[in-house]
Design a protein around this ligand. Structure first.
Ligand code: OTU
Length: 655
């Protein structure tokens, strides 16, 4: 095997030399490629070999891989090559305290890409260094799951603008210090994608790009272990297409019927998608958000998520990207259990790296859980049980995103703090849908599953945190509390470690938007409740602190400024949850050579006290001060306690 491998790699090395000589005029470019190839090719090769060495297309795969890598590199613009160099010199660029992100739908923010160009001052004013533009590649016509059913990965959604608009916008963002993140839906394509059309036209090579079955035998066997992602509007995981094959076939459709899962057991699929990733990186994209990665490999008898092969697929992609376009990193969109999730960060099973960043779904869910129960114990316990992540990889921390909130809280962690898992999850759904007596929240249930009793939740941050109800009741005290809740959630994710993301409109306290019910392509999916169009009238009030929008903006702006001025918040530091001996107060220590910060968050509506001894044990003994606004620290020296106001978050420093 060893000799086969070494002869294969030496053949490849020869092939690379020929291709480089043909396609790259500048000898320095060829040298750079070779250095990177020597560093990363083994990681790429190891992943691929594990997956495809037995496949008849194996030798062809390697040859085509070499060709695609060299041609993508030859097409890379000089400005991006300099960007690559800068990022190689500063490999922790995404882990630094200056990183703060925002998430936007292009159409909802500003109509078109040109509209975003015109509003770039707004993003700058907020202080962002990272902008996630929601799906903007050409989707199918009609319902398209908010753009997650892509028809053409090489075209920009023509309703948003042209490819040159996009390149102009991403160049502009980058030159203004903002990295660009876009979505790449790697698990499935629209059923109108070119590959699917060819499969439907009867081309067997393209039929093999998807997972299709002549009868129900295998689908039924798989279904026994498969959950349903959208049980409500897309039940089951397979859809019958009478026009497919000779007598019709079942197609694997994890999500909607129009989203066809790709067959990654076919190496050509891996290669084609790599080509797309390289193409997008060459447009100047810094972060590729790989959608639904856990689903990329199927195995009978399992839930077909997080299979070890997924890690090999990612390792091979990432290594290939490091050779051509090291400025671009991967963000894993894996909303899965913590043990499964941490696998996507850091090192793979074959020691190559996988993704640089991944969503911290658990933190998001647990913060909402803590806010409803006004208790920190489940949050603390679950964070303590979270496996560690590897070096130079970090979290995306967030309060809300465009998806629903699923109550991913384990029965085991719930039991450790004396809670019943199923009951607590039911409580959270009742609380955030506003059904629970005394709830401050106004969300809606998404995808009720009568079999599992799961009820996920839709809703904007401000509506879930009480602002909508407080405004409807014109209740100034409730408004105050809602603002504080929003501030608390964001203060925790800003200090926790990772890149904090501000969900569009949260900086202005934008509320739920019910207008989607009038659009037939959206009406059955209440996730549109929290995908409102930007309210520019509210945005215009942002510098006026006497307005609600102005207060929230001010709060967010000050969090951003303080984070960016605190280099010790670099994500390479450790994040250590502690018991504060006070069930309502969350405690997290951030430890970095540049400093130690204790984050204390009061999850209750009442003032709470934390013993100074707890703070001393956390390593802060003297010269205690609070970095966050308001910077005062309320210490009761008589009882030796710190007093936190309702929903107050402090970032404590000291010696
Ligand atoms: C993602 O979410 C997107 O964020 C959704 O907006 C899409 O609808 C979906 O993919 C399909 O493209 O299940 O409920 O572990 O949880 O991929 C949302 C990952 C989802 C999945 C995630 C998915």
């Amino acid at each position: 095997m060893q000799t086969v491998q070494s002869s294969l790699t030496s053949n490849l090395s020869g092939l690379f030399d020929t291709l480089l000589a043909q396609q790259l005029a500048n000898p320095r470019d060829r040298d750079i490629f070779r250095v990177r190839w020597q560093r990363h090719f083994n990681d790429c090769f190891a992943g691929l070999q594990a997956l495809y060495a037995q496949h008849p297309a194996w030798p062809a795969l390697l040859e085509q891989l070499a060709q695609r890598l060299v041609s993508a590199y030859a097409q890379r613009r000089d400005a991006l090559k300099i960007h690559d160099l800068a990022r190689e010199i500063e490999p922790d660029w995404f882990a630094q305290a200056r990183m703060v992100g925002g998430i936007y739908y292009v159409d909802r923010l500003a109509g078109t890409l040109r509209g975003v160009i015109e509003h770039i001052d707004y993003l700058q004013d907020l202080g962002l260094t990272y902008v996630h533009l929601m799906p903007l590649l050409q989707p199918r016509y009609g319902p398209n799951d908010g753009g997650y059913a892509v028809q053409d990965y090489r075209a920009i959604n023509h309703e948003l603008g042209s490819m040159s608009d996009f390149v102009e916008l991403s160049d502009l963002l980058r030159t203004n210090g903002m990295s660009v993140c876009i979505d790449v839906v790697v698990n499935h394509t629209a059923k109108e994608h070119e590959w699917a059309l060819k499969a439907r036209a009867g081309d067997p090579a393209y039929l093999d790009y998807y997972l299709t079955f002549a009868d129900r035998n295998l689908p039924d066997a798989y279904e026994q272990h498969l959950p349903e992602v959208f049980p409500d509007f897309a039940p089951g995981n397979f859809t019958w297409y009478p026009e497919l094959g000779e007598h019709g076939r079942w197609v694997w459709t994890t999500f909607n019927e129009f989203q066809w899962d790709l067959n990654y057991a076919n190496p050509m699929v891996w290669l084609e998608m790599l080509d797309i990733l390289l193409h997008l990186a060459n447009l100047g994209v810094d972060v590729l958000r790989l959608d639904a990665v856990p689903f990329m490999w199927k195995r009978l008898g399992t839930n077909c998520q997080n299979q070890p092969e997924v890690l090999d697929l990612l390792q091979a992609w990432r290594a290939a990207m490091r050779i051509v376009c090291p400025a671009t990193i991967f963000k894993a969109e894996a909303i899965v259990a913590p043990d499964d999730l941490v696998q996507y960060l850091g090192l793979g099973q074959r020691t190559g790296k996988l993704c640089e960043i991944a969503y911290h779904n658990s933190l998001m869910v647990l913060l909402w859980s803590g806010l409803a129960s006004q208790r920190a114990d489940l949050l603390t316990q679950s964070l303590l049980n979270m496996p560690a992540t590897a070096g130079n990889a970090t979290w995306i921390t967030y309060v809300r995103c465009h998806d629903d909130i699923g109550w991913a809280i384990t029965d085991q962690n719930a039991a450790l703090v004396g809670e019943d898992g199923p009951l607590h999850r039911q409580f959270l759904s009742a609380w955030y849908s506003g059904e629970f007596t005394g709830s401050f929240a106004r969300g809606e249930v998404f995808q009720y599953n009568p079999i599992t009793n799961d009820r996920r939740i839709s809703g904007m941050t401000a509506s879930l945190a009480g602002l909508e109800q407080a405004l409807a009741n014109a209740d100034p005290t409730a408004i105050e509390l809602a603002i504080r809740r929003i501030g608390l959630l964001y203060a925790v994710i800003f200090g926790f470690g990772g890149i904090p993301l501000i969900y569009m409109g949260d900086e202005l306290g934008m509320l739920n938007d019910h207008s989607y019910v009038h659009d037939p392509c959206k009406a059955n999916d209440n996730r549109w409740l929290h995908r409102p169009a930007m309210n520019w009238a509210l945005a215009a009030q942002r510098h006026d602190p006497t307005t609600l929008a102005g207060r929230l903006w001010q709060m967010m702006r000050s969090l951003i400024t303080i984070r960016q001025q605190t280099p010790a918040l670099h994500s390479a530091g450790q994040t250590i949850p502690i018991w504060t001996q006070q069930r309502h107060v969350l405690g997290v220590i951030r430890v970095h050579p540049l400093g130690r910060i204790l984050i204390l968050g009061n999850l209750s509506a009442e003032p709470q006290r934390v013993a100074l001894s707890v703070i001393h044990e956390a390593g802060l003994v003297s010269n205690l001060h609070n970095l966050l606004e308001p910077a005062q620290l309320n210490i009761d020296f008589q009882s030796a306690e710190i007093v936190l106001d309702s929903y107050q978050c402090c970032w404590l420093c000291g010696q």
